[in-house]
Design a protein around this ligand. Structure first.
Ligand code: ZN
Length: 470
């Protein structure tokens, strides 16, 4: 007798979907059997005509776990969003309070999550020019899933590597020595700094032109679009320079690296060139698979993310690379700036905190790509469950529906559609750039280690999320 049996559904794996019944005992999948075999469960769920998928694994989310700031999500709001969106494991980027740069902060984040998280979570560590060997070793011993390096932006200024190749090499070596993975947020600090100054100057030039025009009554010139100006500060060259530098150093130290937020053809090409020399994996944000620079202009400050939304040609190249498994995974980069902070950007785009919420809509973003024939549901399982779990050492406990895997399960009804709106968003950032999209497929229920967490768009459990480590 199993604790839970899910029968009659079509189980979607990274290669194909197959009719199968699942038996769950003690939160773990204890049997995967052909339909019709008599599995008996204390709870018996009929999933006929529905799809059964592994819970999604999001390798990039910004969730603070300690200081419950008004500005960003806490564990409860962010992981409610995750659970409703079918994400059952989140990896926490280290940039948010408490910045996970010491063993003490690592512990605080873990303990805070254990009381408040509705889904399982792994913790990513922050390293920078001040990080000592002992700190890397302590965070590795605690189960850091990655060690994050920021070459040009992200985190706090004292953690930015900038042009310091000595530090880049030292840190890569330290992480190599503890057998860890370096997460690299690429780009060129000097290029971004100079281009940002130039774009701000061009805005000033326009203001001066406007005031003189009022005097000489010459013809009005259209102002530069601030969202476009922002995008010019982080060109694809900046991204490629960072990737090349990180890969070059990693090939020297032998460190495994994970490249964050690829957004261009040039970056895909760079990954291709270095793949033989470096043990690397890479990701793309779901936003870059869905939206373009035109959407960004339409969204105004809500379209400001880093790296910026690119052209349709870049987006199409990213889609192809995901389909071809050249990019390993799609992530949410859940960055829940509050509406009131995003609104500041209408008056001054440089005041807008970059980023979009995305935990609750990651799966739906991917389902729109399935609707459009870009990906199959098996591709979605590969890039949003199997690969992120595998690249960070959590597979097959997470990211799979195999015998012995955690029973993290999403039941999806593709006979129904779902209209995405702002009202249902659980994040404190109570908006979504997917607003108004009708997506084919509605999440029926979400299980975390065999326990029902979300059903029919409602959270139905208390926080039972656990810390997971590689
Ligand atoms: Zn991020």
């Amino acid at each position: 007798m199993f604790d839970l049996v899910i029968r009659g559904g079509s189980v979607v794996g990274p290669e194909r979907a197959e009719r199968a019944d699942l038996g769950v005992t003690d939160g773990v999948i204890a049997a995967v059997s052909a339909p019709g075999e008599a599995l008996e469960g204390q709870i018996d769920i009929d999933a006929t005509d529905r799809l059964v998928l592994p819970g999604l694994v999001d390798a990039h989310a910004h969730i603070p776990g300690y200081i419950l700031s008004h500005r960003f999500d806490d564990f409860r709001t962010a992981t409610s969003a995750a659970a409703l969106g079918g994400v059952t494991t989140v990896m926490l980027m280290p940039t948010d309070d408490p910045r996970t740069a010491t063993a003490d902060y690592f512990d605080r984040k873990r303990h805070s999550g254990e009381g408040q998280s509705l889904v399982d979570f792994a913790i990513q560590a922050l390293i920078g020019p001040k990080t000592e060997q002992a700190v890397v070793e302590e965070m590795a011993a605690r189960g850091a899933v990655s060690f994050e390096l920021f070459l040009a932006y992200g985190g706090t200024p004292e953690f930015i590597i900038g042009n310091d190749d000595y530090e880049l090499q030292r840190l890569m070596q330290l992480v190599h020595d503890v057998g860890g993975i370096v997460g690299v947020t690429p780009h060129s600090a000097t290029l971004i700094a100079k281009l940002t100054a130039l774009q701000k100057e061009s805005q000033e030039d326009y203001r001066r032109l406007e005031s003189s025009r009022r005097v000489d009554r010459s013809e009005r010139v259209e102002p530069p679009n601030p969202v476009e100006l922002f995008a010019l500060t982080r060109p694809t060259l900046s991204e490629a320079l960072g990737i090349a530098r990180a890969c070059t150093v990693a090939s020297e130290t032998g460190t495994r690296i994970h490249l964050r937020a690829l957004s261009s053809r040039r970056s895909i090409e760079m990954v291709r060139r270095f793949r033989d020399a470096v043990a690397l994996s890479s990701e793309v944000m779901s936003h870059h698979l869905l939206f373009t620079d035109c959407d960004a202009v339409r969204f105004g400050p809500y379209g400001i993310i880093v790296p910026p939304l690119r052209t349709a040609a870049e987006r199409d190249a990213l889609r192809k690379a995901v389909k071809a498994a050249e990019i390993d995974m799609a992530v949410s980069d859940h960055s829940p700036a509050l509406r009131e902070d995003k609104e500041l950007g209408w008056a001054d785009i440089w005041q807008t905190p970059p980023g979009m919420p995305g935990l609750q809509t990651l799966f739906h973003s991917m389902l729109t790509l399935v609707d459009d024939g870009v990906l199959t549901l098996s591709d979605v399982v590969r890039v949003c469950a199997e690969r992120p779990a595998a690249c960070f050492g959590l597979y097959p406990r997470k990211g799979a529906l195999l015998k012995g895997s955690d029973a993290d399960i999403v039941i999806l009804d593709t006979r129904q559609s779902m209209l995405i709106d702002d009202q249902c968003q659980q994040s404190k950032a109570n908006y979504t750039t997917l607003k108004g999209r009708l997506v084919k497929g509605r999440i029926d229920s979400v299980y975390l280690r065999g326990e029902l967490v979300a059903q029919d768009g409602q959270i139905v459990s208390r926080p039972t999320g656990r810390f997971v480590r590689p």
